[in-house]
Write a protein that binds this ligand. Structure first.
Ligand code: FAD
Ligand code: ZN
Length: 480
């Protein structure tokens, strides 16, 4: 039977898209930097159907591209242009299977939208802490496949730290049931960690058991204006010292970020002047009463003002005000997209190295590219910056992108010189695949290829993402 007919028999003809107008939203990435073609987009409803789809693809030798919310930023969920791949969309795998409040776990299917998981936890008075600007459309499966970070990593860790168990459809169609809700399990290799952060190259995650936490009673948000990034590091150290685990977020953004949000997104009102310097958005979450958290935050900010770390500050007095402050931070990617895009770097460095790295790298970039405007923001608490480079207002986008490779080389070399990472949270996908060999050791890449070959010997699960497509058998694989 032709593959399309088999797929229709498994999921129903209504859930196999082949017409270009139906597949279009799936074959272009969020940033519209990658466009591919798919033989079909398939939307299975349950794990058994995913397994049958993958088995049928294996039988026909068709590549499989897993996709969740399609909010990824590195082209990991976009098929290539061969038109051979079957794109498996998990969006209909969207049930909450169980919540165990005594064990503090939730078991959800991979296509559950992140915000829905947060809401399901909150309905049972629990917190699911993964939180990022794409939470209204990204899925748990995508979050795990990219080991997503976001704004509460400082306190609760990345997606990896939140996963206790997984269910995965392997490249040959077998289902691995690893849905355990255990915090301790030393029975050998911890297989779930292979699939987390693998960007869909080792299998399709179909469900996960995730950690829950007590729901904080109070959340306080403040936006502080700072003279420079060094003061932001000092303020964060002070906040950690004073607030300990109550400090649940510490984000930074340069004045240029706030200017971009105000310029690109109508209706934005900046609560503080943003002519220069840096801004920190900090959040305290407390299980005691409002008065306790407020007193702590006020004492902390008063000491920071006194020490000259902070120039000015606004504290949100209501949930609405808090959302308004958070929106300034969360709207930065949208403002950048609105402006036509820029050259993105998603880097990690030791927190202590960040001020010197930014000063030196900004200066080197400005010396070489007269048009450049850094738009730098990120999760300072995790040492993770979105070190993005646009043009000063009025610069043609063509000028910016004509220099993309040279800008990336300069930045990534500087990151490497500081023992950093060229991908802190968005992954490698297609975007950084060919850069990876220059920034990861040959041994590490060989180990990754060995794992890929063991689980997916015919290289059909999301081929060409993360690692270059395997050489046809008989060819020797180049070390670099
Ligand atoms: P997709 O984009 O559909 O897929 C991403 C990758 O995962 C692809 O390689 C795909 O093949 C694979 N995949 C998807 N589902 C599965 C599955 N079930 N099994 C196996 N593989 C799968 N990321 C952060 O880490 N932190 C942030 O703060 C953050 N902020 C963002 C803000 C905005 C506005 C946007 C647009 C994106 C942001 N991202 C962030 C990136 C993105 O949202 C995350 O990478 C997210 O985890 C992707 O989820 P998704 O469901 O959209 O995955
Ligand atoms: Zn981020």
């Amino acid at each position: 039977m032709p593959l399309i007919d088999e797929l229709q028999a498994i999921v129903g003809a209504d859930h196999v898209f082949t017409a270009p107008q139906d597949t279009a939203p799936y074959v272009v990435d969020w940033r519209r930097r990658f466009t591919g073609t798919a033989l079909a987009v398939v939307r299975p409803r349950d794990t058994a159907a995913v397994a049958r789809v993958v088995r049928a693809c294996a039988h026909h030798g068709a590549p499989v591209v897993p996709q969740g919310g399609n909010t990824g930023l590195v082209g990991g969920g976009t098929p290539d242009s061969s038109g051979r791949a079957v794109l498996v969309s998990t969006r209909r795998l969207n049930r909450v299977r169980a919540i165990d409040t005594a064990n503090d776990t939730i078991t959800v299917e991979a296509g559950c939208i992140l915000q829905r998981v947060q809401e399901a936890a909150a309905e049972r008075d629990r917190l699911f802490p993964l939180s990022l600007a794409a939470q209204g459309s990204c899925t748990i499966g995508g979050n795990l496949a990219t080991n997503a970070g976001g704004v509460q990593v400082l306190r609760y860790g990345n997606a990896r730290e939140l996963a206790l168990g997984l269910e995965v459809v392997l490249p040959d169609g077998q289902v691995w049931d690893g849905l355990r809700g255990l915090r301790k399990d030393n029975t050998g290799y911890d297989l779930k960690h292979l699939f987390i952060g693998a960007e869909g190259t080792l299998g399709i995650i179909t469900a996960a058991t995730l950690r829950l936490y007590p729901l904080p009673r109070v959340r306080l948000t403040a936006l502080a204006a700072l003279p420079d990034l060094g003061r932001a590091v000092a303020l964060m150290a002070r906040a950690r010292d004073r607030a300990g685990p109550l400090l649940t977020a510490f984000e930074v953004m340069s004045a240029a970020c706030l200017q971009a949000v105000a310029r690109e997104l109508p209706g934005t009102r900046l609560p503080l002047p943003a002519d220069d310097g840096w801004f920190a958005l900090l959040e305290l979450s407390d299980h005691e009463d409002d008065a306790h958290a407020t007193a702590l935050l006020e004492a902390l900010l008063a000491a920071a003002l006194e020490a000259g770390e902070v120039r000015d500050v606004v504290v949100a007095r209501s949930l609405t005000e808090s959302r308004t402050l958070w929106r300034l931070r969360e709207d930065i990617p949208e403002a950048q997209r609105h402006a036509g895009g820029n050259i993105k770097h998603d880097i990690a460095l030791p927190v202590s190295a960040i001020p010197a790295f930014v000063a030196a790298t900004d200066a080197a970039l400005r010396a070489r590219f007269s048009w450049i405007q850094p738009i730098v923001f990120g999760h300072l608490g995790d040492g993770n910056l979105h070190y993005n480079m646009g043009g000063v207002p009025g610069t043609p986008l063509a000028t910016v992108f004509a220099h993309e490779a040279a800008v990336q080389r300069l930045v990534n070399d500087a990151v490497q010189a500081h023992q950093g990472s060229i991908s802190a949270e968005h992954g490698i996908g297609q975007l950084k695949r060919d850069l990876l060999p220059d920034y990861k050791s040959a041994l590490e890449l060989d180990l990754m290829r060995a794992i890929k070959a063991a689980l997916d010997p015919t290289d059909r699960m999301n081929p060409g993402k993360l690692l270059a497509t395997a050489a046809p058998s008989g060819d020797t694989v180049q070390a670099r």
